[in-house]
Design a protein around this ligand. Structure first.
Ligand SMILES: Nc1ncnc2c1ncn2[C@@H]1O[C@H](COP(=O)(O)OP(=O)(O)OP(=O)(O)O)[C@@H](O)[C@H]1O
Ligand SMILES: [Mg+2]
Length: 262
């Protein structure tokens, strides 16, 4: 990796990539949101994505999960060409099972219990039996530390607990990669820690993760690599500690200073 000028990826081994994207461009009308960005996430790796509001972080995640189409470039998820113009419904379903997504808002069904929220998609999408779905749900509820909440309803839980249920719900689909879009930014400050801890445990279990976050300490300590976006471009990317402790660009230095003051 070059430490001079803009840090960019420099590597030869692409065989273990779960996610890779090349020269991705995305426009909304005349607004160019992603300006030819490239990156990758290897199996078991955590990539943190940071950058100012409006720089294109959520758009990137939405393109990777094909919630949005792209204008040019290429996206591969576990070897599947996500960016091809006509993605069949079978491939789309496969993509949805391979890519878990956790948003700022938890999007749990309020009229279903925690257990029912967790077993719904495995039963309907993966055709798992009710018993197997329940067993998995209990397993992942245990992993996020909420074994005792299976029969509660979302509005009986704290925000942090709801987000951990949303993470468990994603895990029940046994995805190859999890995309997190600011999973803690809607939470009261005292609830942020428990969700970050859950994510750290996931990372320690070897889950492949892309995490959009403003939690720089989390990025530094849990992420393997970080990608800093500014106005739709990758300005710096590389080892999380190196990049965050020793930013090379004025834009990243300014961004980090602003976060520290905020
Ligand atoms: N569906 C849409 N239609 C039109 N413009 C959009 C749409 N979605 C996003 N944008 C615009 O694209 C730009 C990037 O948005 P995006 O949500 O990716 O930013 P972000 O980096 O996630 O910001 P934040 O940190 O505030 O979440 C913004 O200018 C936004 O207004
Ligand atoms: Mg966003």
């Amino acid at each position: 990796m070059s430490l001079t000028g803009n840090r960019m990826d420099d590597r030869t081994d692409v065989t273990t990539d779960i996610v890779s994207f090349h020269q991705v461009e995305k426009r909304y009308g005349s607004l160019q949101v992603l300006r030819g960005i490239s990156g990758h996430v290897r199996a078991g790796e955590v990539l943190a994505i940071i950058g100012s509001s409006g720089c294109g972080k959520s758009t990137l995640l939405r393109c990777l999960n094909r919630l949005e189409s792209i204008d040019s470039g290429e996206i591969l998820i576990n070897g599947m060409q996500v960016s091809q113009p006509k993605l069949g419904s079978k491939q789309l379903r496969q993509l949805r099972t391979e890519v878990g997504m956790v948003f700022q808002q938890f999007n749990l069904f309020p009229h279903l219990s925690v257990l029912e929220n967790l077993t719904l998609a495995p039963r309907q999408v993966l055709n798992r039996s009710p018993q197997e779905s329940r067993d998995r749900a209990h397993h992942y509820l245990h992993q996020v530390g909420l074994s005792d909440k299976a029969n509660m309803y979302p509005d009986q839980l704290s925000g942090g607990q709801r987000q951990r249920v949303a993470i468990a719900r994603s895990l029940c689909m046994e995805p190859r990669v999890m995309l997190f879009d600011e999973p803690t930014s809607a939470l009261d400050p005292e609830l942020v820690g428990e969700v970050l801890e859950t994510m750290q445990t996931l990372a320690e279990h070897g889950m492949t993760m892309m995490v959009v976050t403003h939690e720089i300490q989390f990025a530094r300590e849990v992420a393997h690599r970080v990608m800093f976006l500014d106005r739709g471009c990758v300005v710096e990317t590389g080892n999380a500690r190196e990049v965050l402790l020793n930013p090379q660009s004025d834009r990243l230095r300014t961004f980090l200073n602003r976060l520290r003051q905020g």
